[in-house]
Write a protein of this length. Structure first.
Length: 206
């Protein structure tokens, strides 16, 4: 593997190359681009990254990304506070918000149940969700979880926990292809799937 003539540039290339989807050639192009723009774009980037490191945290209520203890969505009293949309990650919230079709609150699980990855219910933010439901203010829980095998397992598990609570449990319409992820669904399809959500009905033996 060839090396740069500058150890500082080489260090930057290696650091950038750790980003997902960025190989060495792409990292080199990015590093050279930043070098050429070190008086304009680079300072803004460094300030943004500093903000990520020092200021961004998880909302104490929904676990979304936030600049303070409570995120902007949870603190917005114009939102429909009786509806909670359950998602796998913060990226899903961003995808749903981009549709402009949903105006309720969210709850980030922090993953999905996946035995093969050693992720069980105890590893997710499920107790916090149940606490929010127990408050009595919530009337609907929307399961906006990617319809993979692991996603379906998570939806079933949560539905069983929620079935004794007086809340409607709904599922986004299957406009998102099986095995797809919400963040990659186009906004129109995702928006329609939320609007056209359907109820989840569990049998007595489930």
């Amino acid at each position: 593997m060839s090396q740069s003539s500058s150890r500082h540039l080489e260090f930057a290339i290696r650091a950038i190359g750790q980003l997902p989807g960025i190989g060495r050639k792409s990292a080199l192009r990015i590093a050279l681009f930043l070098l050429k723009n070190k008086s304009t774009i680079l300072p803004e980037l460094m300030e943004g990254l500093k903000g990520i490191r020092e200021n961004i945290q998880n909302c104490r209520t929904c676990h979304n990304l936030s600049d303070g203890e409570t995120c902007g969505i949870c603190s917005d009293h114009k939102r429909q506070r009786n509806i909670i949309c359950v998602v796998e990650s913060e990226r899903d919230i961003m995808a749903i918000e981009d549709t402009g079709q949903y105006h309720g609150l969210y709850h980030v699980l922090g993953g999905i149940i996946s035995p093969i990855d050693n992720v069980g219910p105890q590893d997710l933010h499920i107790p916090d969700l149940m606490e929010r439901v127990a408050s009595g203010e919530v009337t609907e829980i929307i399961m906006a979880i990617s319809p993979t095998i692991e996603g379906e397992t998570t939806i079933f598990y949560l539905s069983k926990l929620l079935k004794d609570h007086p809340v409607r449990i709904s599922l986004i319409a299957r406009g998102v292809s099986f095995g797809g992820e919400l963040e990659y669904a186009d906004g129109l399809t995702l928006g329609r799937s939320i609007v056209a959500r359907t109820n989840i009905e569990l049998t007595e033996n489930a």
